[in-house]
Write a protein of this length. Sequence first.
Lengths: 171, 750, 287
Amino acid sequence: MSELVRKVSVRCEVNGESVTLEAYPMARLLDVLREQLKLTGTKEGCGEGECGACSVEMDGALVNSCLVPVLQAQGVKIRTIEGVASGGGALHAVQEAFLTYGGAQCGICTPGMILAAVNLLARNPHPDDAQIREGLSGNLCRCTGYMKIFESVVQALRHSDEAEGQSGTGA
Amino acid sequence: METHSIGKSVPRKEGREKVTGCARYVDDLTFPDMLHGVTVRSPAPRGRIREIRFEGDIPWDEFTIVTAKDIPGKNCIALLIEDQPCLADGVVNHCEEPVVLLAHYDRYLLEEARRCVRVEIEPLPAIFSMEDSLARKEIIWGHDNIFKAFYVEKGDVDSAWAAADFIAEGEYETGAQEQLYIEPQGVIAQFNAAQGVTVWGSLQCPYYVHKALVILFGLPKDRVRVVQTETGGGFGGKEEYPSMIAAHAALLAQKSGRPVKIIYDRAEDMVATTKRHPSKTRHRTAVTRDGKLLAMDIDFTIDGGAYETLSPVVLSRGTIHAAGPYHCANVRINSRAVATNAPPHGAFRGFGAPQSVFALERHLDRVADAIGMAPDELRRRNFISEGQTLAVGQVVKEKVDMNGLLDRAFALSDYHAKRKRFADENAGRTIKKGIGFASFLHGAGFTGSGEEYLASEVAMEAMRDGSVHVLAGSTEMGQGTNTIFSQIAADALGLDCDRIKILQPDTAQVPNSGPTVASRTAMIVGKLVETAALGLKRTLLESGLLELEDGAADFARACRTYVDAHGALKSFVKYEHPRDLHWDDEHYRGDAYGAYAWAVYVAEVLVDTRTGEVRVDDFVAVQEVGKVINPALAAGQIEGGVAQGIGFALYENVVWQEGRMANAQMTNYVMPTSMDLPPIRVFFEEIPYERGPAGAKGIGELPLDGTAPAIANAIAHATGADVRQIPITPEALLEMLAAMPPKAWEGAHV
Amino acid sequence: MRAFLPGYHMVTPRDLTETLDRMAKQPGAWKPFAGGTDLMVLLEAGKLPHKKFLNIWNLAELRGIETGADHVTLGALTTYTEVRRHEILAREFPLLCRAAAETGSVATQNRGTLGGNIANASPAADSPPALLVYDAEIEIVSASGVRWIPYQQFHSGYKQMDLQPAELIRRVRVPRNKNAWRQYFRKVGTRRAQAISKVCFAAAARMDPGRIGDVRIVLGSVAPTALRAVRTEEVLRGQRPEPAILKVAQDALAREIAPIDDIRSTLRYRRAVARNLLAEFIESLAG
């Protein structure tokens, strides 16, 4: 066997916490998150960057973590599904909407789908239907036909708008 | 029974875990000292194993290596029969057939090792088509390559030809379809002398796996335990296949003495596991000029792959559904499932019916065309009514109003106006639009005497604190089992849904409620849940601890008193087959299903004749289902099923090369994304089925039956293309259009 | 995940100079690794033969989009997302933006780069046809110097390119001279998002009233590299965009392209669609 590589230390921030990851440099970020940090919410569905079940945010950008070598996570702020809820038991509006409107069936695509939806709303607070479809087009769902996922996102938007209205800040 | 939560979109029981990423699927679990396992597979479709070589610079002594000779019991994955080896022994009959198992703690070294195991095959001639199999070019299974055949006869088909004004013939084909659950197959197995085998995994039918492991290991039933973990989609793909992967992990666990996890990556899952059976159907139909069906002569063949698995049952359902929701006095169905050297095909939602219904509904549009009648008019003149008999001789004893469903679906989709408008506007355009429909039925539960044979059981326990545990072998895989069982039990007991706990399907703790398949979970098992709940209630009523009008608080108090005085408060229910349902297995006649869901689906398509691309612009799904227990979940089932049906019709194409799936990546096996699907508009009607819980019938598979033919008929309307085959890929459609007479359409030639 | 990870090296050079020095010291030993959207797929399948990579993702020298009077110059690490968001690109180079928007999905667009797309040289790559329509030039750097070449000359065959083992693509430059041209882009893929193209058609025409003054037609997925259909362009130059010229142009195109049967599509389909998209393009010029 040709020369073997040593594991490297990668310092980054995951869901607001500073962490040091020890892994082979080309280990997939997906695997390091799941195995080392025990953040098993992010899933492997295809290993090819097609299904989006492994979606995470790196410095606010949605990426497929199965395609990111962990070395490239150096100095990066990462958010996984575990970091979406604000804490203290309260869920993000998108998560609440998925519960109320049936956005999750088997749930395996759900973490990635929620990340994609949250990411979309952060970039575009008022997406129209076509923009919602496009924003989620990298996340495959085999169970729902996407209908209740869209409904959940639309309702989460409505809920956020109402909350904003109620808080008196206006738009 | 008073309903309180039934009929409401009660939120999914395990929803919070799913939206927060806390739900634990099998690959999220790790056990101390766990090894990873992989499978080395046959490179050839058929042949003798000449040698297995362990090459490369691998520390083989660190590995656990298992072959057929390590199997303690019988080398088979027991299902209907025991023809499928767990590990190939001496011969292989399909590409990717498992031969050697490896385990090691380092999963990267394990993959390196997998690459270094060379399975040398001396090839034997292989069969890849149904035609070659039937022609017996080689005998590759049994004595004639036929897993099963059925013959259904009603009336006298041969006498009807003479009276026909028209005889219409046609041949129709459907391809293999991959279930493509987003969570690949996976299990963890453990073995020790005291407890025997324990397996945790992504699976639909814990008791199927249990039976297979009992036979593989030669162990008593109480020393095999199967636990279902949160399952990321199944659709039938995890009905029978998990027995194989569980067997593999268990063998490695036994030999190594450590827990072993096997998780397939997507490529392995696609190339090695089951797919929907490809089919070929021939129709010959006698019809009068005013559209009365005089005779239907149907020949139906499905490709079962190399071993039997569930082919006889797939064939059965496909056969029984082949003549549709129509009344015809003379029907003959000849059907067979044949062997080829492909990886065995297996269960996929619909289970034979999507194949035969595609053929029928496409054929009837062509029959209508042949006699110059509108396709809906042809259906109307033949829809079955209560009191008439279906092809297998079942008298329809439920109210059915197919005309009403058709009216409603047409109104919702603006069918007639669009049918005319598109036809008028398409001339001269490269973008053409079309609208088409399919009318169909789907029987819920196991066919014929199947439910009687399954003898499903459900148990329930009222706890001291007044909560109630449901013990059933039915699995949640996204379709909503946990939630609807909670609703059914809650309403029967007058409690809130969150007082009901559904125990994890674990063969050590729940009874065998039958497999989670065949659209039976709500209708059959849900009814057992209802009965069990009522049984608990009756015990408390009869003990004087509860009055009929009592509420939840009283229930809790009664439970506490009962448990303190008598110990556990439990009920057990076993399925009892209705006495008025009779099925003759020998002649394949009688009451095939306890109940049917009835449906009309309408698809509107846009066809770009320059690229052959088809876009579904609108989809209306109307179905009568008895009772909708949870509207959001029920609609979710139809929406998801229609999406899979759209994939089946347009996108999902398995490319076969010498018996192997060549496009085993999600990049190349294409399922629809969020940008490819239309609004899917779902509407329910309810005519309660008195044997279903709150009147519910089964719905899980229904949407797979009507979606593809509705789309095919819409494409035919848009372009005039005489679609006979799915998937209707752009390549196939362009070839069809190019072969049509030039004035039938305009566009570039090929 | 089938790769034997301990066999794969990746280091992060401090800057471009260190990157080029390492590449020069052992030419071919180290390969640049940008967003990984192609290379990681190979790695996961256990099919990545190369074992030593330089992580160039953070090299500032390879980032940024500069707008000059006559050119827009894009760093090789420009992602598809960055292309889509750039105002000048959206206005003056719509084909490139369309290509970016129809590559993969949001997650892929955030990590896929122009340089990676060019160097990976898939015949089905999405950005090359647009870049060729725009007469792009590529800046190639090494420890020993810098050179610019017309992108047209970069690819010479299937996965063959004018890039030495010690060289790196630094920038891509497109002249701002087609703003007034009529532009057409269509990618026919396996589905509407996340699709590998079966045929990609990028074209632009300068209309001298009623006639095609000048034209660029480039196709992807119908040849070992993105193909500029020069003979078809010749047929069309000076012509009115009318049915009379259509068949001649289509026949010329059919002869110029070299589509194949593969896992995704067929030769006949690709040829038919190429012809039909040409028709669609020419019709769009008549309006």
